[in-house]
Write a protein that binds this ligand. Structure first.
Ligand code: CA
Ligand code: CA
Ligand code: CA
Length: 150
């Protein structure tokens, strides 16, 4: 009975933040579902290094093999200042060596960051864990998903 009460209390605590009737966790989960479906290109439940490179290549506007901060942030017409700031924060995470260029020097570092259980493969579970951390870390920018929700 005591354990049940504790779960209820934790449940209430976790669900205290809502965006359009969803908990923050549910909202993040849905956002990550979208990212996952566009990232696991061959639908095998693994996000490979090849898929990572492929995902990012779309941002390389001038096709020189490097994605600059400018290319990344300006790839899409951003609807708001919050999204703009969020994209900068994402770029900071992706640009592992911090030289403001995302390229082959960063692929391995980023892949290692995403491989949460350090077994050399980014599974769906690793991917979700990584993105939940990213969204939590940047929550002050997108206000728990409020400004990213459409
Ligand atoms: Ca895959
Ligand atoms: Ca480029
Ligand atoms: Ca792994």
């Amino acid at each position: 009975m005591a354990a049940f009460k504790l779960i209820v209390l934790l449940g209430i605590f976790c669900c205290s933040s809502f965006v359009h009737g969803q908990t923050t966790h549910e909202l993040y989960e849905r956002m990550i579902d979208d990212i996952w479906s566009s990232s696991d290109d061959n639908d095998d439940g693994i996000f490979s290094q090849f898929e990572l490179i492929k995902t990012f290549s779309g941002y390389d506007t001038n096709g020189d093999g490097t994605i600059t901060r400018h290319e990344y942030v300006n790839h899409v017409q951003v609807p708001s200042e919050h999204v703009h700031r969020y994209l900068h924060a994402l770029f900071d995470i992706f640009d592992v060596n911090g030289d403001h260029h995302f390229n082959h020097h960063d692929y391995h570092g980023l892949y290692t960051k995403m491989d949460k259980d350090c077994d050399g493969i980014v599974t769906k579970a690793d991917f979700y864990k990584f993105w939940h951390e990213v969204l939590h870390k940047t929550s002050h920018i997108h206000h728990n998903g409020l400004y990213l929700h459409n």
